[in-house]
Design a protein around this ligand. Structure first.
Ligand code: SIN
Length: 283
């Protein structure tokens, strides 16, 4: 197995292995690389859904995503991220990733890690960006850090409660209530969280899910969150991945955020298989 750094900010490429056929020592080496590089790109993986699930399960318990209408038809342990339509209906979550986020931080136990495999790709666009939240915290201006030290962020699934994001057409009208009903209770998590395995501290707020700061009026929290979100877009913190067919990315949701940049040419398909692991309660 070869591990090659992908950027100054985060990320490593893993080559020379087939993740459907690896031994314990390699699982351990991957885990070590994962904690060091935060996101891993495995090249040339031709995995069945079950092989991806088996690989994922080696690192934790796979979650059944709450967006049940986009689960893989053969298994509820995998969600489709796709703009493919059958009978006028999207088979996958089409707007997943349209704003920076850490997976399901709106839950009491957000995702530990996610695994995204590229099955069909457009000729252009469809990149995914990743942001190193250890580094985002380390480089946060002191005055901003003081304002969030010891504070909790409020994270919501319901886009209708987040003025920073758009509500996709498919969630409007009749579907609006169903969508809002599906929202779990807000996730309330430390804005500076401690990674349970490395012990390092990371920023844990995002554009998509964080709508406020607990016990702070909105007029006060809004500019603080805006300043943090702008800081998180600093190029020095980011890696932008241009997908190749057969890439599978494994990312650590406890210390990174990610974003699907879009820009897929009209009529072209981007179809991805995603599994995610249930994480700890952030502290
Ligand atoms: C996601 O947010 O899980 C999806 C990211 C992507 O489609 O690039």
């Amino acid at each position: 197995m070869q591990v090659t750094r992908l950027s100054e900010a985060l990320g490593a490429e893993i080559t020379g292995i087939d993740v459907s056929n690896i031994d314990e020592a390699t699982y351990d080496a991957i885990h070590e690389a994962f904690l060091e590089h935060l996101i891993l790109v495995f090249r040339d993986q031709d995995l069945t859904p079950q092989q991806q699930i088996t690989f994922s399960e080696h690192y934790g318990e796979v979650e059944v995503h709450l967006a049940t209408d986009h689960l893989h038809p053969d298994t509820d342990k995998m969600i489709l991220i796709s703009n493919k339509q059958v009978d006028g209906r999207y088979v996958g979550a089409v707007s997943a990733g349209d704003y920076w986020h850490s997976d399901l931080s709106c839950q009491a136990r957000p995702n530990l890690a996610s695994f995204l495999l590229a099955r069909e790709l457009p000729t252009d666009g469809g990149d995914t960006g990743f942001c190193n939240q250890y580094a985002a915290l380390d480089t946060l201006p002191d005055d901003l850090r003081q304002k969030i030290e010891g504070r909790n962020g409020i994270h919501t699934f319901n886009r209708m409660r987040n003025p920073r994001v758009k509500v996709p057409e498919m969630h409007k009208g009749d579907a609006q209530m169903r969508y809002a009903d599906r929202a779990p209770p807000d996730g309330i998590h430390p804005i500076i969280r401690t990674h349970p395995e490395t012990g390092r501290k990371a920023l844990y707020v995002s554009h998509r899910f964080t709508v406020g700061i607990e016990e702070m009026p909105d007029e006060e929290s809004r500019p603080i969150l805006d300043a943090i979100f702008e800081h998180q877009l600093n190029d020095d913190l980011l890696y932008r991945h241009k997908w190749r067919l057969g890439d599978m990315i494994m990312w650590d949701n406890r210390c990174t955020t990610h974003h699907a940049y879009g820009g897929i040419p009209a009529g072209q398909i981007r179809h991805m298989h995603r599994t995610s692991l249930i994480g700890d309660v952030p502290f």
